[in-house]
Design a protein around this ligand. Structure first.
Ligand code: ADP
Ligand code: MG
Length: 744
């Protein structure tokens, strides 16, 4: 059985309307142990013949038999398999991977050895055999022609294929080196079929066992020169068959592993290209980050369709007939429904945000109470009315200083609170929240009514005793609700008033505070009259109070609100354990003469806005995908040229019989390794942006799922780019991609 048999093989080249005969009517048969020299003039068809034998080029006529099996029906993957199993190819201009070291080049051909140590040992042995031990760590580009060709031979040996084909292997070498290479080839090709194309027969004369001369695409002669170069080896065919079978079973896993290995080698072999691609991917990731982040801004500037502040378990109730509810009625209702809490004048709940100025940053904080931010907090939750807990974006940590904000004062509506706890979050979309006790929460909100709009207080100081006749009017231009005051107390801070001894019972004080507030389409006038009995001294306020400020207690504020609301504010809130209980109660209330809505329902109740929001979301997502594709396009463009450097390397790998699948996996894994720095740097940059307040103002921090989206987007994009580039590189036939495929 002949190893190879060519029957009437013919190949015609058609290009740009010209037809050239490559070879015609070739009948040949080859066996192991032969050293065949193919000679002939340039253009006679030697390379064509070799390319057909190697499966790198197709033939149109005749049939090529491999161990008696016809090959004319082979598709690309069959040829790949054939090359992998049978062929080692040696070219005139070496075709080693310049960016790989000698060792890597050889190991590439030893991929079938799974054990790393074994592979390394075998590679070193082969390198030793071709006399390159002192060059193992030199890159291909640093080798001389002869050394490169030795590397190629070591690689061919590594593959241990039965056929070694060499197309003018010494064409670029001086005559001394040429002889050495031919000798080496002869030595290593014992018991293999070695076919060497040469136009210099003298070089091979001493070693070749057969000479075939080609003329004008046909065989001119075919001489036997000497006995075959055969060793008496007893191969255990059965064993090899078994090994083959095992190999097949593990093929997929192995392809994958080989691919990864290859990817790693490619990744490290071209550091500049690697850095370039990594930078590109990082830029892409950041681009996507900014795109996502800016969409996020436009998304949130659209606003929430909020009506009432959503609070778990809160039901907003009003009577069906629009009439006022009495305190008595409300008390009954509360006990009937078993509520946890109720608030008659609940307006403050829905206007509960505070505008804070921290140094030069303007922050809007949401006030809240009864909230749980988890147990992993710094410090503790507030217990007293002058204590607050901050749920703050991480960027504010800079303002709070390294030592932290705990035990510091925090000013809110002209009153200083003690910060007792804090929790930082990494999400710019979350609101900065200030947690207070319930009383402090309301005092802070009343403060909004009372202080945000025009408010004033007039105080009349009179003496009733005759000996000192005083009648003096003092105006206060700021009213502040202070948790430091208890009961119906009021604290007056005024340098003008300090002239008088207010503890003297003869001095009579009368005053009125009033303030206007426009809320829920109505104008409310808050007012409160007071006298001596309300006036107290406060040590706390004495330290911090500003001149011409009037400080009132939460109770007083409450009464002011009550005074304003009692005649026409019809709404109230009931609080239940949770929304489930609240929903049940709301339904029952709706059937008993009330209008009752869940606060969390009203949050999404504005359906028109909701539809707009949905449409907006869809558009945003589309634009986002557009951005991903645009970035992919950009990266693809940048990779295009860079990847061309790979064309030759890939062709070499393919000519070595490394399957397209392994190369693909290699290229993919190389791209994915390249993206790792981007994925590591990305959060670092994102966090940096977030912690630098001036930058933070520009970019919205993202939700965790935005990160996921970006990472996913980048993965898809990388796969896409890798796929496109590989496809482009694979389109060309191996022969065409190879630099020296048809040397003239
Ligand atoms: P050799 O290797 O003996 O110098 P080749 O096998 O390279 O010769 O070429 C044989 C003939 O086929 C020549 O006439 C050459 O011009 C032609 N030929 C080879 N490759 C191509 C090709 N890719 N396209 C068109 N003609 C080709
Ligand atoms: Mg040639």
């Amino acid at each position: 059985m002949a190893l190879l048999k060519l029957k009437d093989i013919g190949k015609i080249y058609v290009s740009e309307g010209n037809i050239a005969v490559g070879i015609r009517g070739i009948n040949l048969s080859f066996d192991k142990g032969e050293f065949v020299a193919i000679t002939g003039k340039s253009g006679s068809g030697k390379s064509t013949l070799l390319n057909i034998i190697s499966g790198m080029d197709s033939y149109e006529e005749g049939e090529l038999y491999v161990e008696n099996n016809p090959t004319s029906h082979y598709i690309q993957s069959d040829w790949e398999e054939y090359r992998k199993e049978y062929i080692s190819f040696i070219f005139q201009d070496y075709n080693i991977i310049d960016s790989f070291t000698v060792l890597q080049n050889v190991e590439l051909a030893l991929m079938n050895i799974k054990n790393k140590k074994e592979r390394r040992a075998r590679a070193l042995e082969l390198i030793d055999r071709v006399g390159l031990t002192d060059r193992i760590h030199h890159k291909g580009s640093q080798l001389s022609g002869g050394q490169k060709q030795r590397t190629v031979i070591a690689r061919a040996l590594a593959k241990d294929s039965p056929i070694i084909l060499a197309d003018e292997p010494t064409g670029n070498l001086d005559s001394k080196t040429s002889v050495e290479i031919i000798k080496l080839l002869k030595e290593v090709a014992e018991n293999k079929l070695l076919i060497v194309v040469t136009h210099n027969f003298e070089q091979v004369e001493d070693y070749a066992t057969r000479e075939i001369r080609i003329y004008d695409g046909a065989i001119e002669f075919d001489h036997k020169l000497r006995a075959d170069n055969k060793e008496s080896v007893t191969e255990n065919k059965q064993e090899i068959k078994e090994a083959e079978k095992n190999k097949k079973n593990k093929e997929f896993v192995n392809d994958f592993k080989d691919g990864l290995k290859l990817g790693g080698a490619i990744y490290t072999s071209k550091p500049k290209l690697t850095v370039f691609i990594s930078l590109l991917l990082l830029m892409g990731t950041l681009g996507l980050f900014f795109v996502t982040s800016s969409f996020n801004v436009s998304y949130s500037s659209f606003g929430d369709p909020t009506m009432f502040t959503p609070m778990d378990g809160r039901v907003i109730v009003t009577k069906d007939d629009g009439s006022l509810i009495t305190d008595e009625e409300l008390g009954l209702l509360a006990s009937e429904y078993g509520v946890k809490d109720y608030i008659r004048y609940d307006l403050p709940l829905d206007y509960g945000s505070a505008f804070l100025v921290l140094d030069d940053i303007y922050t809007n904080a949401t006030l809240c109470y009864n909230k749980d931010f988890g147990s992993d907090i710094i410090g503790r939750y507030p217990e007293r009315d002058n204590e607050i807990f901050l749920y703050a974006p991480i960027s504010l940590r800079n303002y709070f200083g390294k030592a932290g904000i705990i035990n510091n004062k925090f000013e809110l509506f002209s009153y200083e609170y003690d910060v007792v706890g804090v929790k930082y979050f990494y999400d710019n979309n979350l609101p900065f929240q200030i947690l207070l006790t319930k009383d402090a929460y309301f005092s802070a909100n009343y403060m909004k009514y009372i202080t945000e709009y025009f408010n004033y207080a007039d105080v009349l100081v009179e003496s009733t005793t005759g000996y000192e006749n005083i009648s003096h009017r003092v105006s206060f231009y700021q009213v502040v609700v202070s948790p430091a005051l208890q009961g119906d107390s009021i604290y007056l801070s005024s340098s003008e008033l300090s002239k008088y001894d207010l503890s003297n019972p003869d001095i009579k004080i009368t005053g009125e505070i009033s303030s206007n507030y426009y809320a829920a389409s109505k104008n409310y006038t808050f007012s409160y009259t007071f006298d001596n009995s309300n006036i107290v001294d406060s040590e706390i306020l004495a330290q911090s109070a500003e001149d011409n400020f009037i400080y009132i207690s939460v109770d007083v504020a409450n009464k002011m609100v009550e005074n304003a609301f009692k005649d026409n504010y019809v709404q109230f809130s009931l609080f239940f354990e949770n929304d489930k209980a609240a929903a049940e109660a709301a339904e029952k209330l709706s059937n008993s003469g009330y209008i009752a809505v869940l606060s969390t329902d009203t949050y999404e109740q504005v359906s028109f806005e909701l539809i707009l929001l949905k449409i907006f979301n869809i558009i945003t997502l589309c634009v986002w995908f557009g951005a991903v594709i645009f970035i992919a396009f950009f990266i693809n463009l940048c990779c295009h040229r860079a990847m061309d450097a790979f064309k030759a390397d890939m062709a070499i790998m393919r000519s070595m019989g490394i399957s397209a699948k392994v190369i693909r996996i290699g290229m993919y894994s190389r791209m994915f390794i390249s993206i790792i720095p981007a994925f590591v740097l990305f959060p670092v940059i994102a966090i940096t942006i977030f912690t630098v307040p001036s930058l933070n103002a520009l970019f919205k921090y993202l939700y965790w799922w935005h990160y996921l989206l970006i990472v996913l987007g980048m993965l898809i994009m990388t796969a896409r780019v890798a796929h496109k580039q590989i496809d482009r590189l694979f389109k060309e036939s191996v022969k065409k991609s190879l630099r020296g495929g048809d040397a003239k």
